[in-house]
Design a protein around this ligand. Sequence first.
Ligand SMILES: Cc1ncc(COP(=O)(O)O)c(C=O)c1O
Length: 366
Amino acid sequence: MHGKKTLSQLSPYQQGKQTEDIQREYGLEKIVKLSSNENPFGNSSEVSENLLPQTSTFNIYPDGHASDLRTEMAKKLHINEDELVFGNGSDELVQIISRTFLEPGVNAVMATPTFPQYKHHATIEGASIKEVPTTSGYHDLGGMLEAIDEDTRIVWICSPDNPTGTLLPKAAFYNFMDQCPKEVLVILDEAYYEYINPALDFDILENRSRYKNIVILRTFSKAYGLAGLRVGYGVMDEAIAAKVNIVRSPFNTTSITQQAALLAMHDDQFIEDTVRKNRSTMRDFQVFLDGIGWSYYDSQANFLLIATPISGTEVSDYLLKNGYIIRPGELLGYPNTIRVTIGLETDMKQLQDLLEQLHLHVNNEV
Ligand SMILES: Cc1ncc(COP(=O)(O)O)c(C=O)c1O
């Protein structure tokens, strides 16, 4: 059986071990998962308390247009309803957009390392990939501008970036937008948008009328805590949305996910609490890291990429045996680092104890 030729360059997404497997393997009572940048505080109680009773018609296809969610979201964001496209997570939007605009003979420009799905889907579509190395974890926007040529269809910008958490400076972003050719689509992936310090926000929705070529991707998976339900959205010019909607499958978000997003989106208090706790726990963790002399990248997200004195894989194995799942940087393009999602305060204190012991051990102090 022959798949697309391009598939020979790729492999399926390698899912980390499931919590129950690790618990069994290491005989642990408790596992703390800090590897996928999920929300450790759960999700809005509005969702937990109200979701199922309202959604009892599972035999009926969902509203493929997600009309109620669309209306409410458009009101909240002060945009037109037809500028919205929903996806089965923003992952699916990366896939749909790639399928809509990429093909053999064209190219996509992106940072390296960055969120891997941009490259993955460009490769599947047979497009060329122009990767521009990051500088101190930041996208090199000048280099990305230079990489654009007449065959460029998409530029991917991830801000805050994954895996570093770095947020591009607003002026640099708009300087890039002003110089980017108008026929090149710029996809701004703001999966961690809610965590950004408001003073540093690009305010891209307010400015989008100046840039018809921009697509903004956001998600309910991170600060909203609905990763398991899979819903993300893109904001884009109606003409772009019209093309994307040809590729989008008719019922790509379920009735449950639409309902959950509707319930979650108005609970501003939950987001506020999440962001506040994330920030203060991250600050404590940074102070701890400063104390043991481990450096980390700037982060405006809910995770930190930390430089480690031994390989990230060794740190990860050590933490795993002690019940903590994190991501070794070797899997993310940043060797000798670990990416740690900011968890609950108590769990982070225990993590600090474990890292302190490792630090002393590495320095032969125990
Ligand atoms: C930068 C970035 N974009 C998109 C996604 C996909 O998120 P989801 O498909 O859950 O909306 C993630 C998830 O980790 C991410 O980090």
